[in-house]
Ligand binder design. Sequence first.
Ligand code: MN
Length: 129
Amino acid sequence: MATKILYIEDNPLNMRLIRKLLKSFGYDMVEAIDGLRGIQMVEAELPYLILVDINLPDIDGLEVTRRLKANPAYAHIPIIALTANAMHGDREMCLEAGCDGYIAKPVVRQELKNTLSYFLESDTPAAAC
Ligand code: MN
């Protein structure tokens, strides 16, 4: 069974792009189009890793991350923030919220692949960012 990754993203084009990439890497993807649905999907699907957009229509990706990391049942799941806000301080904000990693949009195929491999195929606890 392929490794399941949850992507929380409100933009259909980004969703389609990442779906295509994850499929080509051999991962399974489950999807949510806003933050609260994302948290419900975590409970329902228990993904191995979560990719989260920061700008979401309800609660933002940082708040999604805070809520999941505050729950002992889900705190171990790596969360990688994907954001177009390539502004200074963004990376720090993501890490402060509890994200395990950070990828700036537009997503580069190889960077995504390497980051996922790092978190999913390594035996050592992750601290890449
Ligand atoms: Mn968005």
